[in-house]
Structure formats: structure tokens, C-alpha cells
Ligand binder design. Structure first.
Ligand code: SAM
Length: 289
């Protein structure tokens, strides 16, 4: 089977199998070898690595991963792609394809069984409709993880990487940065895909922190505070937290905590750093018990 990565080979495979793109699965296949090279280089894949690929499509990036890694498992939801993958990956004996929904796969168990519980690398051109649940699932569920190198919508990559003061700053920025160090590898225009997506894309690498950047007594409570702060972006923090149905906090308690932290009482959540959210959470958490 020929090496994939350019438009001609992709069209040839699609025609051979009479494949029709399914919009509901977020199918935009990569057709640019330079972008593929960049993803593989940014993921730092070596011959010892176990790689999980989410959504292999017709197997274009899977071929690159199989060349670089010790073992690749590719999870693809669309059953119509499975015979195609059997064909395009037939030259590799270190790749397994699983026909399943990635959100239903026990990745922790996979890492345990296939990589002796050692950190795995995740590489993907993600289906954009489930970017956040996939990434937060990987980060929150204590999957042994080295890094995640993924193609996402450009706007989402910006949200993951940015800090206070930017319009893109929000709950996703803080959640990602609590668990990992984000780095935008490249911006990728729509013409690198077939069919072309309506939005710009970017490759982002998230390297999992060995030690969390902040210490917080109750991380789940901190994330409730973060969500409440950004649910009502236009509101001050005291109103946002007081109005949240997830929390039981009075305005007075918020004001007291903000004063202890030396912050203006009318501050908005979008001004606070992760360290400040951790401090606020620790000051308020005692009131919840
Ligand atoms: N990796 C291929 C490439 O770069 O050409 C395809 C990327 S395409 C953006 C996303 C892929 O994810 C599609 O093959 C799609 O069928 C698959 N997919 C969508 N939802 C999925 C899910 N819940 N679980 C596993 N795969 C999924």
C-alpha cells in the first residue's frame, strides 16, 4: 500500500472504497505531508513509545506514527473506515485498530495492559465536536500520560494556551494549565484537509506536569469556583459565585476572601490567575464543610 499524505493518494483510497464523508463524525482528513511531519516531530515519538491515535480516518497519520513508535493503537468510530484501515496499514505489524467511540474506551486500562502502566503519548487530528471531553477526560482521569499532541480548532488552541487579560481566557484555559503545559506547534489552514473545514486549525502539544503548578486543598471545589466565575463573565466574582447553584457562598464570604488576597472587591474572574483561584478556593473551601 502506498504512503498516504497527499491529495492524490487520499482520493485514490476514497474512490477505491466508495467512501462518503460523515459530517457528524467531524471527518476532515489531512492531505499535507509537511503538517504530518510537524505533528510527528512535535510529539517527540521514539522507538520505545506507545501511541494512542484517536480517529485514524484512512490511516494517513497512523502510517507516520507506526514508522516512529514501538506500538500504535488507533481508535476509530466509523465502521466504514475499518476495511480501509486494514488495507492502508497492512504493511505494519505494530498497529492495532479498535472500532469504538473513544469516549467509551478505558484508556487507563489500555495503558496498563499494553504499556505496563507507563506514560503513553496521544496523537490525533481530533474530531472537533468532542475536543473538550476527549482532552479533559485524558487529563482528569489520571491516565498515565506523557503528552497529548493534537490538531484542534485554532480558537480552542488559543483558549487552552492563554492567560488572564485575554478574551479567550476561561475555564478551559485554567483546567488545561492545571494539568499540563500547553504549546502551540503550528497554525494549519483549511486547505491542508479534505474536505476543508470552515474554521482554521492549530496543532497543540500538552505536556503533563509531573508536579501540579499550584497546590490546592480541594481541586474539584476550585473547578466549581472557576466554572461559576466564567459562567457569568460580565458579572463581578462576588455575584458570579453567589449566584451559582453549584456553590453555597454568600457575597460577604467572597468579599472577605478577596480582601485577604489584596484584590479589589469588584474584581471579575477573568482577571485571576490559576494561583489566585487556588488561593480563593482554599479560603472558601472551609465554608463548604
Ligand atoms: N486522522 C485522520 C486524518 O488526519 O486524516 C482523520 C481525522 S478526522 C478530523 C477525525 C476522525 O475521528 C475521523 O476519522 C472520525 O471518523 C473519527 N471520530 C469521530 N468521532 C470519534 C469518536 N467518538 N471516537 C473515535 N473516533 C472518532
Amino acid at each position: 500500500m502506498a504512503t498516504l499524505g497527499n491529495p492524490q493518494e487520499t482520493i485514490a483510497v476514497l474512490q477505491k472504497y466508495g467512501f462518503n464523508f460523515q459530517k457528524k463524525f467531524g471527518q476532515n482528513f489531512l492531505i499535507d505531508t509537511q503538517v504530518l511531519d510537524k505533528i510527528i516531530a512535535a510529539a517527540h515519538i521514539g522507538p520505545e513509545d506507545f501511541v494512542l491515535e484517536i480517529g485514524p480516518g484512512i490511516g494517513t497519520m497512523t502510517q507516520y506514527l507506526a514508522e516512529a513508535a514501538r506500538e500504535v493503537v488507533a481508535v476509530e468510530i466509523d465502521k466504514n473506515l475499518i476495511p480501509i484501515l486494514q488495507d492502508t496499514l497492512s504493511d505494519y505489524n505494530n498497529v492495532s485498530v479498535i472500532n469504538d467511540d473513544i469516549l467509551k474506551v478505558d484508556i487507563r486500562q489500555m495503558a496498563e495492559e499494553r504499556n505496563g502502566g507507563k506514560p503513553i503519548k496521544v496523537v490525533a487530528n481530533l474530531p472537533y465536536y468532542i475536543t473538550t471531553p476527549i482532552i479533559m477526560g485524558l487529563l482528569e482521569n489520571e491516565v498515565p500520560l506523557g503528552s497529548i499532541t493534537v490538531m484542534v480548532q485554532k480558537e480552542v488552541a488559543d483558549r487552552m494556551q492563554t492567560g488572564p487579560g485575554s478574551k479567550d481566557y476561561g475555564a478551559l484555559s485554567l483546567a488545561v494549565q492545571y494539568y499540563a503545559e500547553p504549546y502551540i506547534v503550528a497554525n494549519v489552514p483549511p486547505n491542508c484537509f479534505m474536505p476543508r473545514p470552515a474554521v482554521g486549525s492549530a496543532v497543540i502539544r500538552l505536556t503533563k506536569h509531573e508536579k501540579k503548578p499550584v497546590e490546592v486543598k480541594n481541586p474539584a471545589f476550585m473547578f466549581k469556583i472557576i466554572r461559576a466565575s466564567f459562567n457569568q463573565r460580565r458579572k463581578t466574582l462576588q455575584n458570579g459565585l453567589h449566584n451559582s447553584s453549584e456553590l453555597k457562598i454568600s457575597k460577604e464570604e467572597v468579599v472577605n476572601a478577596l480582601e485577604k488576597m489584596g484584590l479589589p472587591v469588584a474584581v471579575r474572574g477573568e482577571k485571576l490567575t490559576l494561583a489566585q483561584f487556588a488561593m480563593l478556593s482554599d479560603l472558601l473551601t472551609t465554608n463548604q464543610e
